[in-house]
Design a binder for this molecule. Structure first.
Ligand SMILES: [Zn+2]
Length: 169
């Protein structure tokens, strides 16, 4: 197992329960069985396995964080597609092996937010061969700015939200 310097956070059970009913875009959840698997699950921080019952829902990570923290992200609020299990699930394995969906050569955006929920910079990350070190360094760099409290990782090509990390978790 590869230990990470920061904790990748899954979607919370409360938020999942809501998303399995109506998603953050107001659309009803439409479960399906995925015969092939491979898509990134935001509830369990692993890939879908063939035959699992999943759903593609719209998720607003900054809005949900702001609802807890009292921040007012205003126009920085955004929502996008994420895969989740269609039924209540275990969540991420306790023993994590590096960061989720970590594949050398894949492109990620690492976007930084301040306590008000505003974007305060970011960077493109091409995941290096030493995947965990690459992510750790990108997060170290982000949190070196004392203003940064939250970082979102997204896939570049589809814009899919992958996970967030927070300062001092
Ligand atoms: Zn799950």
């Amino acid at each position: 197992m590869t230990t990470t310097a920061y904790t990748p956070r899954p979607i919370t059970p409360d938020a999942l329960a809501q998303l399995r009913d109506v998603d953050d875009a107001g659309r009803p959840c439409v479960p399906y069985v995925d015969p092939e698997g491979g898509d990134p699950l935001r509830c369990c921080l692993r890939a879908v396995e063939p035959g699992e019952r999943v759903a593609l829902v719209s998720y607003a990570p900054l809005r949900r964080w702001a609802a807890e923290s009292g921040a007012r992200p205003g126009a920085y609020d955004e929502q996008g597609p994420v895969f989740i299990h269609a039924d209540p699930c275990e969540g991420p394995a306790r023993e994590r092996d590096g960061y989720p969906y970590s594949r050398a050569g894949a492109l990620r955006t690492v976007r930084r937010y301040n306590a008000e929920g505003r974007i305060v910079g970011g960077r493109l990350l091409e995941i290096p061969a030493e995947e965990t070190k690459g992510f750790d360094a990108a997060f170290d760099e982000a949190f070196a700015d004392p203003e940064v409290v939250l970082v979102h990782v997204r896939a570049v090509e589809y814009g899919c939200f992958h996970f967030e990390v927070r300062r001092d978790v």
